[in-house]
Design a protein around this ligand. Structure first.
Ligand code: LHQ
Length: 268
Protein backbone atom coordinates (compact mmCIF):
# COMPACT_ATOMS: atom_id res chain seq x y z
CA UNK A 1 0.00 0.00 0.00
CA UNK A 2 1.21 3.49 -0.79
CA UNK A 3 1.57 5.59 2.36
CA UNK A 4 -0.93 7.98 3.83
CA UNK A 5 0.01 11.60 3.05
CA UNK A 6 1.38 12.92 6.34
CA UNK A 7 -0.89 15.93 6.52
CA UNK A 8 -4.12 13.89 6.86
CA UNK A 9 -5.51 13.58 10.37
CA UNK A 10 -9.26 13.10 9.92
CA UNK A 11 -9.15 10.68 6.99
CA UNK A 12 -6.77 8.04 5.69
CA UNK A 13 -5.99 7.42 2.05
CA UNK A 14 -4.27 4.28 0.78
CA UNK A 15 -3.79 2.98 -2.76
CA UNK A 16 -3.08 -0.67 -3.47
CA UNK A 17 -0.74 -0.56 -6.48
CA UNK A 18 -1.51 -4.19 -7.41
CA UNK A 19 -5.29 -3.87 -7.54
CA UNK A 20 -5.43 -0.11 -8.34
CA UNK A 21 -8.07 0.44 -5.66
CA UNK A 22 -7.82 3.56 -3.49
CA UNK A 23 -9.54 3.41 -0.10
CA UNK A 24 -10.50 6.67 1.57
CA UNK A 25 -11.48 6.17 5.22
CA UNK A 26 -13.40 8.87 7.10
CA UNK A 27 -11.61 8.64 10.40
CA UNK A 28 -13.37 10.30 13.34
CA UNK A 29 -15.11 7.21 14.71
CA UNK A 30 -15.92 8.74 18.13
CA UNK A 31 -18.16 11.28 16.36
CA UNK A 32 -19.50 8.77 13.82
CA UNK A 33 -17.14 10.36 11.27
CA UNK A 34 -19.01 13.67 11.32
CA UNK A 35 -17.53 16.23 8.94
CA UNK A 36 -15.34 18.97 10.41
CA UNK A 37 -13.73 21.66 8.26
CA UNK A 38 -10.47 19.78 8.53
CA UNK A 39 -12.05 16.53 7.36
CA UNK A 40 -13.77 18.28 4.46
CA UNK A 41 -10.50 19.88 3.36
CA UNK A 42 -8.72 16.53 3.51
CA UNK A 43 -11.56 14.79 1.70
CA UNK A 44 -11.39 17.38 -1.04
CA UNK A 45 -7.63 16.93 -1.37
CA UNK A 46 -7.88 13.12 -1.46
CA UNK A 47 -10.52 13.26 -4.20
CA UNK A 48 -8.15 15.41 -6.28
CA UNK A 49 -5.42 12.81 -5.75
CA UNK A 50 -7.80 10.00 -6.71
CA UNK A 51 -8.70 11.79 -9.92
CA UNK A 52 -5.13 12.69 -10.87
CA UNK A 53 -3.27 9.52 -9.87
CA UNK A 54 -3.08 7.05 -12.76
CA UNK A 55 -2.36 4.30 -10.21
CA UNK A 56 -5.95 4.65 -8.98
CA UNK A 57 -8.50 2.71 -11.05
CA UNK A 58 -11.42 2.84 -8.59
CA UNK A 59 -12.23 4.61 -5.33
CA UNK A 60 -13.86 3.21 -2.20
CA UNK A 61 -15.12 5.48 0.60
CA UNK A 62 -15.77 3.93 4.02
CA UNK A 63 -16.16 5.08 7.62
CA UNK A 64 -13.94 4.01 10.51
CA UNK A 65 -15.72 2.27 13.38
CA UNK A 66 -19.45 1.55 13.50
CA UNK A 67 -20.75 4.20 11.09
CA UNK A 68 -20.21 5.70 7.64
CA UNK A 69 -20.80 9.37 8.54
CA UNK A 70 -23.26 11.39 10.65
CA UNK A 71 -22.96 14.40 8.29
CA UNK A 72 -21.89 17.86 9.40
CA UNK A 73 -20.25 17.90 12.84
CA UNK A 74 -22.96 19.82 14.66
CA UNK A 75 -20.71 20.59 17.62
CA UNK A 76 -18.20 22.34 15.36
CA UNK A 77 -21.08 24.01 13.49
CA UNK A 78 -22.32 25.52 16.78
CA UNK A 79 -18.82 26.38 18.02
CA UNK A 80 -18.10 28.24 14.76
CA UNK A 81 -21.41 30.14 14.96
CA UNK A 82 -22.01 28.46 11.60
CA UNK A 83 -25.69 29.25 10.98
CA UNK A 84 -24.89 32.72 9.65
CA UNK A 85 -22.37 31.45 7.10
CA UNK A 86 -24.00 28.14 6.20
CA UNK A 87 -24.65 29.14 2.57
CA UNK A 88 -20.98 29.98 2.05
CA UNK A 89 -19.94 26.87 3.97
CA UNK A 90 -21.88 24.75 1.49
CA UNK A 91 -20.69 26.68 -1.55
CA UNK A 92 -17.01 26.65 -0.60
CA UNK A 93 -16.65 23.24 1.09
CA UNK A 94 -19.45 20.72 0.51
CA UNK A 95 -20.58 21.56 -3.02
CA UNK A 96 -17.14 21.26 -4.67
CA UNK A 97 -16.61 17.89 -2.97
CA UNK A 98 -19.93 16.54 -4.20
CA UNK A 99 -19.33 17.81 -7.74
CA UNK A 100 -15.82 16.40 -7.78
CA UNK A 101 -16.97 13.01 -6.50
CA UNK A 102 -19.95 12.83 -8.88
CA UNK A 103 -17.77 13.80 -11.83
CA UNK A 104 -14.80 11.55 -11.00
CA UNK A 105 -13.75 9.69 -14.14
CA UNK A 106 -13.29 6.41 -12.24
CA UNK A 107 -15.78 4.11 -10.49
CA UNK A 108 -16.64 5.30 -6.98
CA UNK A 109 -18.12 2.97 -4.38
CA UNK A 110 -19.45 3.77 -0.91
CA UNK A 111 -18.94 1.00 1.64
CA UNK A 112 -21.82 2.10 3.86
CA UNK A 113 -20.63 0.21 6.92
CA UNK A 114 -23.23 1.64 9.32
CA UNK A 115 -25.34 4.75 9.73
CA UNK A 116 -25.09 7.42 6.99
CA UNK A 117 -26.93 10.59 8.01
CA UNK A 118 -27.38 14.12 6.66
CA UNK A 119 -24.55 15.14 4.39
CA UNK A 120 -22.96 11.75 5.17
CA UNK A 121 -25.84 10.12 3.32
CA UNK A 122 -25.47 12.67 0.52
CA UNK A 123 -21.79 11.72 0.14
CA UNK A 124 -22.78 8.07 -0.26
CA UNK A 125 -25.43 9.04 -2.84
CA UNK A 126 -22.84 10.93 -4.90
CA UNK A 127 -20.87 7.69 -5.37
CA UNK A 128 -21.65 5.42 -8.33
CA UNK A 129 -22.44 2.34 -6.22
CA UNK A 130 -23.33 1.60 -2.60
CA UNK A 131 -22.83 -1.54 -0.55
CA UNK A 132 -24.67 -1.67 2.80
CA UNK A 133 -24.49 -3.95 5.82
CA UNK A 134 -27.58 -5.63 7.22
CA UNK A 135 -27.73 -3.05 10.04
CA UNK A 136 -26.91 0.00 7.91
CA UNK A 137 -29.36 2.91 8.29
CA UNK A 138 -29.71 5.79 5.85
CA UNK A 139 -31.10 8.97 7.38
CA UNK A 140 -32.07 12.32 5.83
CA UNK A 141 -31.40 13.81 9.27
CA UNK A 142 -31.52 17.46 8.19
CA UNK A 143 -35.14 18.15 9.21
CA UNK A 144 -34.34 17.10 12.79
CA UNK A 145 -32.19 20.21 13.18
CA UNK A 146 -34.57 22.45 11.23
CA UNK A 147 -32.56 22.20 7.99
CA UNK A 148 -33.12 20.93 4.45
CA UNK A 149 -31.36 18.21 2.45
CA UNK A 150 -28.07 19.41 0.97
CA UNK A 151 -24.88 18.16 -0.66
CA UNK A 152 -26.88 16.95 -3.63
CA UNK A 153 -29.62 15.02 -1.81
CA UNK A 154 -32.42 17.17 -3.31
CA UNK A 155 -31.45 15.79 -6.72
CA UNK A 156 -29.74 12.45 -6.10
CA UNK A 157 -32.29 11.06 -3.65
CA UNK A 158 -35.40 11.52 -5.84
CA UNK A 159 -33.37 10.32 -8.85
CA UNK A 160 -32.74 7.03 -7.05
CA UNK A 161 -36.02 6.43 -5.21
CA UNK A 162 -38.59 8.75 -6.82
CA UNK A 163 -40.05 11.94 -5.34
CA UNK A 164 -42.58 10.31 -2.99
CA UNK A 165 -40.02 8.17 -1.16
CA UNK A 166 -37.51 11.05 -1.22
CA UNK A 167 -40.09 13.27 0.46
CA UNK A 168 -40.97 10.52 2.93
CA UNK A 169 -37.33 10.35 4.01
CA UNK A 170 -36.63 14.10 3.93
CA UNK A 171 -39.81 15.20 5.73
CA UNK A 172 -39.72 12.51 8.43
CA UNK A 173 -35.96 12.30 9.02
CA UNK A 174 -36.58 8.63 9.87
CA UNK A 175 -33.93 6.01 9.09
CA UNK A 176 -34.38 3.59 6.21
CA UNK A 177 -32.90 0.17 6.88
CA UNK A 178 -30.91 -2.04 4.54
CA UNK A 179 -33.83 -4.12 3.22
CA UNK A 180 -35.90 -1.10 2.20
CA UNK A 181 -32.78 0.65 0.90
CA UNK A 182 -32.11 -2.31 -1.39
CA UNK A 183 -35.74 -2.57 -2.51
CA UNK A 184 -35.87 1.17 -3.23
CA UNK A 185 -32.59 1.19 -5.18
CA UNK A 186 -30.79 3.34 -2.61
CA UNK A 187 -28.06 0.71 -2.31
CA UNK A 188 -26.86 -1.88 -4.82
CA UNK A 189 -25.98 -4.70 -2.43
CA UNK A 190 -26.55 -5.73 1.19
CA UNK A 191 -23.99 -8.01 2.84
CA UNK A 192 -23.14 -9.00 6.41
CA UNK A 193 -21.99 -5.97 8.41
CA UNK A 194 -18.44 -7.30 8.86
CA UNK A 195 -18.14 -7.98 5.11
CA UNK A 196 -19.09 -4.50 3.83
CA UNK A 197 -15.59 -3.16 3.24
CA UNK A 198 -14.13 -6.42 1.87
CA UNK A 199 -17.08 -6.88 -0.47
CA UNK A 200 -16.87 -3.30 -1.71
CA UNK A 201 -13.10 -3.50 -2.24
CA UNK A 202 -13.48 -6.78 -4.15
CA UNK A 203 -16.11 -5.13 -6.36
CA UNK A 204 -13.85 -2.11 -6.85
CA UNK A 205 -11.00 -4.42 -7.87
CA UNK A 206 -13.17 -5.90 -10.63
CA UNK A 207 -14.15 -2.44 -11.85
CA UNK A 208 -10.57 -1.14 -11.68
CA UNK A 209 -9.53 -3.86 -14.12
CA UNK A 210 -11.82 -2.48 -16.85
CA UNK A 211 -10.53 -0.34 -19.73
CA UNK A 212 -10.07 3.14 -18.14
CA UNK A 213 -11.17 5.16 -21.18
CA UNK A 214 -14.33 3.09 -21.59
CA UNK A 215 -15.08 3.54 -17.88
CA UNK A 216 -14.61 7.29 -18.12
CA UNK A 217 -16.83 7.54 -21.21
CA UNK A 218 -19.55 5.30 -19.72
CA UNK A 219 -19.68 7.56 -16.68
CA UNK A 220 -19.80 10.67 -18.86
CA UNK A 221 -22.67 9.16 -20.85
CA UNK A 222 -24.73 8.07 -17.88
CA UNK A 223 -24.06 11.30 -15.96
CA UNK A 224 -24.66 13.59 -18.95
CA UNK A 225 -28.22 14.56 -18.09
CA UNK A 226 -27.59 15.06 -14.39
CA UNK A 227 -24.17 16.76 -14.07
CA UNK A 228 -25.52 20.23 -14.82
CA UNK A 229 -28.67 19.48 -12.83
CA UNK A 230 -26.48 18.60 -9.84
CA UNK A 231 -24.63 21.92 -10.11
CA UNK A 232 -27.95 23.76 -10.16
CA UNK A 233 -29.31 21.72 -7.24
CA UNK A 234 -26.21 22.43 -5.14
CA UNK A 235 -26.59 26.17 -5.73
CA UNK A 236 -30.29 26.11 -4.90
CA UNK A 237 -29.72 23.98 -1.79
CA UNK A 238 -27.22 26.57 -0.52
CA UNK A 239 -29.92 29.21 -0.68
CA UNK A 240 -32.59 26.96 0.85
CA UNK A 241 -30.21 25.97 3.63
CA UNK A 242 -29.24 29.56 4.44
CA UNK A 243 -32.94 30.38 4.68
CA UNK A 244 -33.65 27.42 6.98
CA UNK A 245 -30.57 28.17 9.10
CA UNK A 246 -31.82 31.71 9.81
CA UNK A 247 -34.81 30.35 11.79
CA UNK A 248 -35.13 29.99 15.55
CA UNK A 249 -36.18 26.39 14.87
CA UNK A 250 -32.68 25.60 13.56
CA UNK A 251 -31.20 26.91 16.81
CA UNK A 252 -33.72 24.84 18.76
CA UNK A 253 -32.84 21.74 16.69
CA UNK A 254 -29.15 22.23 17.44
CA UNK A 255 -29.80 22.80 21.16
CA UNK A 256 -31.96 19.67 21.28
CA UNK A 257 -29.23 17.59 19.58
CA UNK A 258 -26.55 18.83 21.99
CA UNK A 259 -28.79 18.31 25.03
CA UNK A 260 -29.94 14.88 23.74
CA UNK A 261 -33.64 15.73 23.95
CA UNK A 262 -36.52 16.03 21.47
CA UNK A 263 -36.79 19.40 19.71
CA UNK A 264 -39.74 21.72 20.37
CA UNK A 265 -40.26 23.58 17.09
CA UNK A 266 -42.38 26.74 17.04
CA UNK A 267 -42.41 27.78 13.38
CA UNK A 268 -40.22 30.80 13.99
C1 LHQ B 1 -22.22 13.67 16.34
C2 LHQ B 1 -23.03 13.81 15.21
C3 LHQ B 1 -22.91 14.99 14.45
C4 LHQ B 1 -21.33 15.74 15.97
C5 LHQ B 1 -23.48 11.92 16.10
N1 LHQ B 1 -22.06 15.92 14.88
N2 LHQ B 1 -21.39 14.64 16.73
C6 LHQ B 1 -24.11 21.10 6.21
C7 LHQ B 1 -23.44 22.33 6.39
C8 LHQ B 1 -23.45 23.05 7.58
C9 LHQ B 1 -24.17 22.89 8.64
C10 LHQ B 1 -25.19 21.98 8.88
O1 LHQ B 1 -25.43 20.89 8.12
C11 LHQ B 1 -24.99 20.47 6.95
C12 LHQ B 1 -25.53 19.22 6.50
C13 LHQ B 1 -25.82 18.19 7.53
O2 LHQ B 1 -25.20 17.16 7.52
S1 LHQ B 1 -27.07 18.51 8.66
C14 LHQ B 1 -27.31 16.97 9.45
C15 LHQ B 1 -26.28 16.73 10.50
N3 LHQ B 1 -26.42 15.43 11.07
C16 LHQ B 1 -27.41 15.11 11.92
O3 LHQ B 1 -28.28 15.86 12.26
C17 LHQ B 1 -27.30 13.72 12.53
C18 LHQ B 1 -27.15 13.81 14.02
N4 LHQ B 1 -26.94 12.50 14.56
C19 LHQ B 1 -27.90 11.60 14.75
O4 LHQ B 1 -29.06 11.82 14.46
C20 LHQ B 1 -27.49 10.28 15.33
O5 LHQ B 1 -26.25 10.44 15.98
C21 LHQ B 1 -27.38 9.17 14.27
C22 LHQ B 1 -28.78 8.80 13.74
C23 LHQ B 1 -26.47 9.57 13.11
C24 LHQ B 1 -26.75 7.91 14.93
O6 LHQ B 1 -27.44 7.61 16.11
P1 LHQ B 1 -26.77 6.59 17.16
O7 LHQ B 1 -26.32 5.38 16.45
O8 LHQ B 1 -27.79 6.44 18.26
O9 LHQ B 1 -25.46 7.32 17.71
P2 LHQ B 1 -25.36 8.53 18.76
O10 LHQ B 1 -26.45 9.53 18.50
O11 LHQ B 1 -25.26 7.98 20.15
O12 LHQ B 1 -23.96 9.22 18.34
C25 LHQ B 1 -22.71 8.68 18.75
C26 LHQ B 1 -21.78 9.85 19.05
O13 LHQ B 1 -21.58 10.59 17.85
C27 LHQ B 1 -22.40 10.82 20.06
O14 LHQ B 1 -21.36 11.37 20.82
P3 LHQ B 1 -21.20 10.98 22.37
O15 LHQ B 1 -20.05 11.81 22.83
O16 LHQ B 1 -22.49 11.32 23.05
O17 LHQ B 1 -20.92 9.50 22.35
C28 LHQ B 1 -22.98 11.88 19.18
O18 LHQ B 1 -23.09 13.14 19.84
C29 LHQ B 1 -21.94 11.95 18.08
N5 LHQ B 1 -22.54 12.48 16.85
N6 LHQ B 1 -23.80 12.70 15.08
N7 LHQ B 1 -23.62 15.18 13.33
Amino acid sequence: MAGNPPSYESITWAVNPDTRVGVLTLNRPDALNAFTNQMLDELSDALKRAQRDPAVGALVIVGAGRGFSAGQDLKEHVANGGAASIGDHLRTRYNPIIERLYGLAKPTLAAVNGVAAGAGMSLALACDLRVAGTHTRLVQAFVGVGLVPDSGSTLLLPMLVGPARALEMALSGKPVGADAALAWGLVNRVVEDEAVLANTVAWAEELAAAAPKAVELIKRGIRRGSAQALQDALQYESWLQATAAATADHQEGLAAFLEKRPARFTGR
